[in-house]
Write a protein that binds this ligand. Structure first.
Ligand SMILES: Nc1ncnc2c1ncn2[C@@H]1O[C@H](COP(=O)(O)OP(=O)(O)OP(=O)(O)O)[C@@H](O)[C@H]1O
Ligand SMILES: [Mg+2]
Length: 366
């Protein structure tokens, strides 16, 4: 099993600084997911790790072996790295069997049997081996590309959006199967994806890139619950960001007084909750009054019945806690709060609800 280390990796294309000092460690046998907006440099980083590009500066080390030190680099075919590119990139004129076996020497013992086993590994029928890529669906082609990369028995596997052509159900099951397969083989893996839930469920470590920089890396739960800034928070899922006044581990905000995960901070700050932390129950209109010690009240202005998850728009009532917070008036005036609820108990438009918060709010450091 092989660990990967990136140190201060820089890459320019002309005047554009595509990678701006990336540092990242991937533990042997672990799975890292890289997420980030389109154009943030994810594919460029994978191509540098694979050896298809050389960095302008910085080091890439795999299992203690220096693969790149600035422009001087070990060639791709000597790295023992599997790469499944974003577009699959099968050879259109070759059969599936020849695509999968592309990197296996003709005289490899039991070559045909090995190719067939690789098809089994990626859950494709052996009957497809005689076909050509255009006779397969997009998702099947992606799995052939994965089988081709696995054929090399790589030390490190790089997957660039490998599940993007699969529909939701097949995507989840293929992702699990691939994770198990790579895990059992002890192959260190890096997955690039646009899909935050895919990143959070696949990886031991999630790394967030923005404009060529790595803004945060850590275990999925830490990034989800303790993102470094608002942009990262919203990139990893829906978030509710509120201005607040902090003191002694508590925040006074538009939702009342709620516990925060930082006991030291005081004064004005921004806090964040995930939607699943908000719990909502319908109450008689007569009992609704601003905020109280552990929650607040509001009126339902819209309901969106989405099946397993329904979303309520709630206009918060102005209350004493909300009044002490700069900007809270704006919240009450402007955007309603979006709260998720179960399909079993959707309060009607106009109903009064009480909103309470489960768990701690996260305090942004800046
Ligand atoms: N060979 C190249 N020459 C010039 N510019 C390039 C080249 N390859 C990539 N770029 C630019 O570098 C930036 C990063 O590209 P990259 O493909 O790494 O992004 P990405 O994060 O993978 O995006 P996506 O999510 O859309 O796949 C983009 O602005 C892109 O236009
Ligand atoms: Mg890309």
């Amino acid at each position: 099993m092989t660990s990967l280390d990136l140190h201060a990796v820089h890459k320019h294309y002309g005047p554009v600084h595509v990678l701006d000092g990336i540092g990242l460690s991937v533990a042997a046998g672990s799975r890292t997911a890289i997420v980030g907006p389109s154009g943030s440099g994810k594919t460029t980083l994978l191509r540098i790790i694979a050896g298809f590009e050389a960095p302008d500066a910085g080091r890439v080390t795999l299992g203690g072996q220096l693969l790149a030190d600035g422009p001087s680099a070990v060639p791709a075919h000597k790295r023992g790295i599997g790469f499944v590119p974003q577009e699959g990139a099968l050879f259109p004129h070759l059969t599936i069997a020849d695509n999968v076996g592309f990197g296996l020497a003709r005289n490899t013992p039991q070559r045909a049997e090995r190719i067939a086993e690789l098809m089994d590994m990626v859950a494709l029928s052996r009957a497809m081996l005689a076909r050509r890529p255009h006779e397969l669906s997009g998702g099947q082609q992606q799995r052939v590309a994965l089988a081709r990369a696995l054929a090399q028995r790589p030390r490190l596997m790089l997957l660039d959006e490998p599940f993007s052509a699969l529909d939701t159900g097949l995507r989840a099951s293929t992702r699990k199967a691939v994770a198990t397969l790579l895990g059992n083989a002890g192959i260190t893996t890096i997955l690039v994806t646009h899909d935050q839930s895919e990143a959070l469920s696949f990886a031991d470590q999630v790394a967030v890139m923005r404009e060529g920089r790595l803004v945060q890396a850590g275990p999925p739960a830490e990034l989800y619950l303790r993102p470094s800034d608002v942009t990262t928070a919203s990139f990893l899922g829906e978030s509710i960001v509120l201005p607040a006044q902090l003191a002694g581990g508590w925040a006074d905000c538009a939702l009342g007084r709620i516990a925060v995960n930082d006991r030291q901070r005081g004064g004005a700050a921004q806090i964040m909750l995930r939607p699943e932390q908000l719990q909502v129950v319908q109450v008689p209109a007569s009992s609704a009054h601003g905020t109280d010690a552990s929650g607040c009240y509001g009126a339902v202005t819209d309901t969106d019945f989405g099946g397993s998850v329904c979303v309520l728009s709630v206009r918060l009532l102005r209350g004493s806690a909300a009044a002490v917070v700069a900007g809270a008036d704006d919240l009450a005036e402007a955007a309603p709060l979006l709260v998720r609820t179960s399909a079993l108990q959707v309060p009607p438009v106009g109903a009064m609800v009480r909103i309470s918060v489960a768990g701690d709010a996260h305090v942004f450091s800046a």
